[in-house]
Design a protein around this ligand. Structure first.
Ligand code: ADP
Ligand code: MG
Length: 212
């Protein structure tokens, strides 16, 4: 479902991805690991069509991530490493998501509540003004409410307290297994139960890729 073929991405002289190849298939649940700067976030952004490749090719559900970005994003639930600087109020953001992605607000409330965030008490605040952990819980709740064939989480638990982490993993355990899940994490012990594949990156390359 995700085909990555010799992808190279440079920023100036810096090579962030050096001819990376791999395939992610239905049922894959992957822990993507490696030191800061290894290229994990860049690889995810390439899959989501943020950047043009300097070389190589990516196909997501047989589509080009840049040319068919809108179509692809319909199939993807994504929680970024850093929450985006959204200027809308929480209420406006949820309204926008309901309309654009056809997810019911009740379903979002359900999953946000599963993350132990009482979002109804914060509807009139700007998203921007929420704490880092609250933003993360809200984004996780929204991503869970959106049923997708591809779930991507870039260090999703970095801002979360231990209880919220547990809630997050509980939500993931209930997920159907025909999707692809990709977790960037530094805590392999936390995702061990959830993943069937471990990939390590270093210096823009995949240095190991094992089914477990
Ligand atoms: N938008 C960007 N502009 C310039 N350099 C970038 C950009 N994004 C990433 N890089 C560089 O690419 C390398 C890989 O970064 P990244 O993919 O964020 O690593 P990771 O997520 O594994 O920590 C780093 O050296 C980083 O500085
Ligand atoms: Mg990163």
């Amino acid at each position: 479902m995700i085909h990555i073929d010799k992808i190279t991405k440079k920023f100036g002289k810096n090579i962030s991805l050096n001819s990376v190849s791999c395939d992610f298939n239905a049922g894959d649940s992957i822990a993507l690991m490696g030191a800061n700067g290894a290229g994990k976030t860049t690889l995810i952004r390439m899959i989501l069509g943020y950047y043009h490749a300097d070389n190589g090719k990516i196909l997501v559900n047989n589509m080009d991530p840049i040319k068919e970005r809108v179509e692809i994003l319909k199939e993807v639930s994504f929680v970024p490493q850093l929450p985006p600087p959204i200027k809308l109020s929480v209420d406006e953001l949820l309204y926008f998501i309901e309309k654009s992605s056809n997810i019911s607000r009740e379903k979002i409330y359900y999953y946000v509540n599963e993350m132990s965030l009482d979002i109804k008490a914060h509807l009139h605040k700007s998203f921007f003004s929420l704490s880092g952990g609250m933003k993360q819980k809200l984004l996780i709740g929204i991503s869970a409410a959106k049923e997708s064939s591809i779930y991507i989480y870039d260090e999703p638990t970095a801002n979360l307290d231990p209880r919220a982490r547990e809630n997050f993993y509980k939500i993931l355990q209930e997920r159907k297994s025909s999707s692809i899940s990709l977790f960037v994490t530094h805590r392999i012990e936390e995702v061990k139960e959830l993943v069937n594949r471990e990939i390590y990156m270093d210096l823009g390359e995949i240095i190991s890729d094992e089914n477990i």
